[in-house]
Every structure is written in C-alpha cells, then in structure tokens.
Design a protein around this ligand. Structure first.
Ligand SMILES: Nc1ncnc2c1ncn2[C@@H]1O[C@H](COP(=O)(O)OP(=O)(O)OP(=O)(O)O)[C@@H](O)[C@H]1O
Ligand SMILES: [Mg+2]
Length: 439
C-alpha cells in the first residue's frame, strides 16, 4: 500500500514532473526509496510501463524497488567494456528489441545511486544520450527525465574509497551535469520515517554519519546486546561485513536446530547448445538463484523475489513448514498470516525475449545473517551486529549497518569501537557543497 508522502518527498516528485532531473539524498530512512516508488507510479501513469526504467547496481537493491541491475539493462555480462563498445553492441541488429526498449524510455529512475561506480554511471548516461535525436544529444541522458536516490554517506560502490582512482557516480561530471545547472537539482529529504522521533537511535545515527559519535553513543549501542550469548538473538537479523562471515553464521545456526533438513535443489533447463553459451547461461543462473537451499522448520529466511506489492524481496521471516521440493510456509515478520512460498522460475532471456535458460528454485535464502551490502536500503525490524567477529573497516559501513534498525529496542550491538566508525570525505563534501549552494 502506498504511503502518504511528506512535504519534502512530494516536492521532489513534483519537481520531476515539472521537467527537472532530481537526485534525492539524505540519511538512511528519510524516505528516498519511497519517493522513488511514487515517481515510478506517476511516471508509468504518464508514459506507460515501457516509458519508465528502474535501475540499481546490486540485485538486492534492484529487487527492493522492483527494478533491474544496470548490467542486465545494458546487457553487459562480463568485463569492463567501454561506453562506445556497449553502444556498438546495442546497435547490432540482434539487439534491436533491446535498443527499441531504450529508445522508448522517457524516465530513468535509479536507487542506491552512490553504489554505482562513476564509470558505469557515465556509460549509462552516454547510451541514453546516444539514443536521442541529434538535437537532444547535448542534454544529459539525451533530455530524458532522471530521478536518482541514495545517500553518499552510506556504503559506496565496491572498491571506491576516498583515495581510489575510481569515484562514485555522484562524484562524476555526468552526475553534476544531470543534477545541476538548469537541468536538475539535488534535493535533501528532511523527514525520518524509519526511526521514531522519541527514540535515542535517531540522534546517535545523526552524529555517526558526520563522524561525531560520542563515547556515550558507543556505550549506549554496546549496552543493547547485554551479556547474553549470540543464540539469544536468534530472531534478529545479524549483519556481517563479508559474505563468508554471513554464510558461516547461517551454517552454525542451521546446525543448532534439531528439525529435519530439506534441500531444495535447483532444476535447470538450458536451451542453448554451444558450450560457451551453456557456460554463460549457467553462470547467469547462479546469480539469479542458488543451486541448493537447505531449510528446516524454524530457519530464518529472506525472500529473494518480490511476490506481490506488499511482499517484496528482502522480507524476512521464519519457516513454519516445508513441503519438500514444492513450497515453504513462511511467517514473514510484520504479517499476521503465514504465506506459502512456492518454487519459482528464474529465466534468462535473449534480446527477443526468448528463454535461453530456466532455473526453478525456492526464492528463499537462509538469513540469520546477511551482509550489510545486501541489507543496504532495507528496513530490518530486528538487527544484531557483532562488531567483534569480523573486520569492519570500510567507510560508512557501521552507519549503513546500524541505520537498518527501527529503534534501540530492536537493535543489538556488541564490540563496537571508535575505529569501526568511519565516514567518507567525498560524502561529507557532497552535503557541504549542497549546503553552500542552498546558501
Ligand atoms: N511518507 C512516509 N510515510 C510513512 N512511512 C514512510 C514514508 N516514507 C518512507 N516510509 C517508510 O520508512 C521506511 C524507510 O523509508 P525508505 O526505505 O524510503 O528510506 P530510504 O531513505 O530509502 O533509506 P535507505 O537510505 O536506508 O535506503 C520504509 O519502511 C518506508 O516504507
Ligand atoms: Mg532506500
């Protein structure tokens, strides 16, 4: 169900439809993604389904807003092709359906935009500019409407730091061209919808994002865990810095449950025959759904595919029962009635929308622990973070992790030290420049 937007969110939506490109920024939970969804709804009303494309860098971020990844949109599978070679390939006759899809786009919507590497943002902008009339090729994105959302003070693009050669999308020239001058604007949302105003977490996070965490803040956060062992917080989603740490935690938790295990093995149908195409198809299927998913009654899981408007990818729940190989009954957190999640079909299609390969698999993964990067953009009802169990050194990682929580009551933090809290100079600069522009 659509929420009622606050004044800042409504203004940002109106700006897009008055002809401005808009980048909404602001702290975690200020409602950027919710604003994005409103833009998408209005955009589809105005320009139809094909007139709007919703993009994000990671599959999990794309799933949250029912969008697609930049790589799949540009049909790039491997490597680091130049913008010219991407364009050249898209212009080939075999890609004519994809190209006509790009030509039909009137509104480009991007969530978690700061997690896109600058060069990929440039490539996207270039492709859209080249897919415009010569008169519009001097305009960013060929004159299409652009709406981007994200927080430059949360986890950045993979490998992008203050000292790396690669920069984040929001530090590129094409970003500045798109969202400034007469073409557009960066808009800071000032509401806060994830944490309540009376909760101490909001103030702690506001200080943390600007590197102003006090000793009292750290003590308050660490006091949330108490002296209990990890198992006490079984119903909490544990956040980890690395995939390997999350997987180890999930395996340990699964081992601790006495219930019978059920393994969902994928069933693949590969329709291509050339060995290289088969290899490529298998690699893509692996990214869409796991080869094997082991579940049991009581396991905490995350939904990997949006099933309906109110049951989106990223929803967490607990397994109530398993119908082996067919479906899983899940009690999703925050929903009164359990939902039967059935095995789904995950397909890879070619430019003509023909299915090249299909994997049937249950759209669930164990989720006692997930990585912060997978959790980015999510609101997680119960969050536990043990800072002592892994290395937590990336810029903005701690803020990105802790800001998933809705309140201090629903948060458990252990082992947080000052050195875990790092902000990033480029993000601070982004907001400072905005303030200077606002006068
Ligand atoms: N106007 C609103 N009224 C009520 N709830 C809202 C409103 N805007 C957002 N929310 C809710 O607040 C939570 C956080 O919103 P949202 O995910 O849009 O924040 P965000 O700024 O995108 O956060 P992040 O930086 O973590 O991605 C979500 O549960 C969302 O549904
Ligand atoms: Mg968001």
């Amino acid at each position: 169900m659509a929420v009622t937007l606050d004044g800042h969110q409504s203004r940002a939506v109106s700006m897009v439809f008055s002809g401005m490109n808009v980048a909404v920024v602001g702290p975690a939970g200020c409602g950027k993604s919710e604003t994005l969804k409103a833009v998408v709804r209005r955009g589809k009303d105005k320009w139809g389904e094909k007139g709007v494309v919703v993009l994000a860098w990671s599959g999990s971020a794309a799933n949250l807003v029912e969008g697609r990844t930049l790589a799949s949109f540009l049909t790039v599978t491997v490597g680091d092709p130049s913008k010219e070679s991407i364009l050249k390939r898209l212009l080939e006759p075999r890609n004519r359906v994809i190209w006509s899809g790009i030509l039909a786009v009137r509104l480009i919507v991007i969530d978690e935009a700061p997690t896109i590497e600058g060069r990929w943002f440039d490539r996207l902008e270039y492709v859209f500019r080249m897919a415009a009339s010569v008169f519009n090729q001097c305009l960013p994105f060929g004159g299409r409407a652009v709406f981007a959302a994200g927080d430059p003070l949360q986890l950045a693009a993979y490998g992008v730091t203050d000292t790396s050669v690669e920069v984040s999308a929001c530090a590129t020239r094409s970003w500045a061209d798109t969202f400034s001058y007469s073409y557009g604007e960066s808009v800071r949302l000032a509401g806060q919808h994830r944490q309540g105003s009376s909760d101490g977490l909001r103030g702690i996070l506001d200080r943390m994002r600007f590197g102003k965490t006090t000793d009292a803040d750290i003590a308050t956060l660490n006091s949330t865990w108490g002296s209990q062992a990890e198992e006490t917080w079984m119903d909490f989603t544990h956040l980890r810095a690395r995939n390997i740490d999350a997987a180890a935690h999930n395996a340990r938790m699964l081992d601790s449950l006495p219930a019978e295990r059920f393994v969902f093995k994928c069933a693949d149908t590969i329709k291509v025959v050339h060995p290289e195409q088969v290899k490529d198809a298998r690699a893509k299927l692996e990214k869409l759904a796991a080869t094997s998913v082991t579940l049991c009654q009581g396991a905490t899981v995350v939904l990997t595919r949006t099933l309906s408007a109110d049951l989106v990818a990223g929803s967490h729940g607990k397994v109530l029962a398993v119908n082996p190989g067919v479906s899983v009954l899940v009690s999703f957190f925050g929903r009164l009635t359990p939902v039967t999640v059935e095995v789904q079909s995950f397909c890879i299609k070619d430019a003509l929308e023909r299915t090249l390969a299909e994997r049937r698999q249950i759209p669930l993964l164990l989720a006692w622990a997930i990585t912060v990067s997978r959790a980015q953009g999510m609101t997680v009802q119960r969050v536990a973070i043990d800072f002592s169990c892994t290395s937590w050194t990336l810029d903005c990682l701690s803020y990105s992790a802790i800001s998933r929580a809705v309140s201090l009551d629903c948060l458990r933090v252990k082992g947080l030290r000052r050195e875990h809290i790092r902000t990033c100079a480029s993000g601070l600069r982004y907001y400072r420049d905005m303030e200077e522009e606002e006068g």
